[in-house]
Design a protein around this ligand. Structure first.
Ligand SMILES: Nc1ncnc2c1ncn2[C@@H]1O[C@H](COP(=O)(O)OP(=O)(O)O)[C@@H](O)[C@H]1O
Ligand SMILES: [Mg+2]
Length: 250
């Protein structure tokens, strides 16, 4: 089998809700290269979560095609599940389980051995500074800690592709900076990261950015390419430029 250079590839991907009344994703062509941090940026309601949920195999597309790690999705859902880790926008944590129990749960879900869970789990707790809280019930954690745990659970089976849906939303600036330096380390270690955000300045730290509106990409490029193209200093200004006079409903 020929190895694809793309970690994610969608062609004319469409997802309509309510019998077509809501066109959440509307012909999306997305290509994410292996080894890059790609930020999918767009206002609330632009279709980011719907896209992530189709890529992960949770949602069936209305029409269109997609490959995840070179395999057609959703046809290869089970196989593809081993190639990515996901930190959903709405946490997928078990709130009545402790940090360590959550990590163990996700490890078992991927059929990891007890030893693998111990080794990788301990490292992740250390990196994400959750060691001291490992026996605390998830429900009692702050938003930032839940985000950290969510990221740890996404990484437990050491997948090559990470889908982080608004992974840095609601965390303080110090943790956000830490997350980004950690994401870069993961990238340098060969991982591919697709991160979504409705916060434009997040995009500055990504390798490439896709600006999404009404279910399609309206612009794409590296942060410097985009700023140069529109002769502006921030990605926020690029977005404002592209939105014209339109007021976006939050
Ligand atoms: N289950 C659903 N049923 C109906 N409409 C939905 C559903 N999920 C999302 N939507 C709508 O689809 C659009 C895109 O939503 P979403 O993918 O969550 O965007 P984003 O993650 O960019 O905020 C929005 O208009 C949203 O209200
Ligand atoms: Mg969303």
């Amino acid at each position: 089998m020929k190895m694809s250079v793309y970690a994610v590839e969608t062609r004319k991907l469409v997802k309509h809700y309510n019998k077509g009344k809501v066109k959440a994703v509307n012909g999306l062509d997305l290509r994410i290269k292996k080894g890059e941090i790609y930020a999918l940026i767009g206002a609330n309601g632009s279709g980011k979560t719907t896209t992530i949920d189709m890529l992960s195999g949770v949602l069936m597309p209305t029409t269109g095609e997609m490959n995840v790690w070179g395999l057609p999705q959703p046809k290869n859902r089970k196989k593809i599940a081993h190639y990515f880790g996901i930190a959903p926008q709405e946490y997928a944590l078990y709130l009545d389980l402790s940090i360590w129990e959550n990590i163990t749960f996700f490890g078992k879900l991927y059929s990891l051995s007890r030893e693998e869970i111990e080794n990788t789990g301990k490292k992740l707790l250390e990196i994400l500074n959750l060691e001291e809280k490992k026996d605390v019930i998830a429900e009692q954690l702050s938003g930032g800690m839940k985000r950290r745990l969510s990221i740890a659970c996404a990484l437990i089976h050491q997948p090559p592709l990470l889908l982080f849906d608004e992974a840095t939303v609601g965390v303080d600036p110090v943790l956000r900076a830490y997350f980004w330096s950690y994401f870069r380390k993961l990238r340098d270690a060969g991982k591919t990261i697709l991160i979504t955000s409705h916060v434009m300045d997040e995009a500055e730290k990504a390798d490439r950015i896709g600006l999404m509106r009404a279910g399609v990409l309206i612009e794409e490029g590296t942060p410097s390419e985009l700023k140069q193209k529109y002769s502006v200093d921030t990605i926020e200004e690029v977005f404002i430029h592209l939105s014209g006079d339109e007021i976006i409903d939050e």
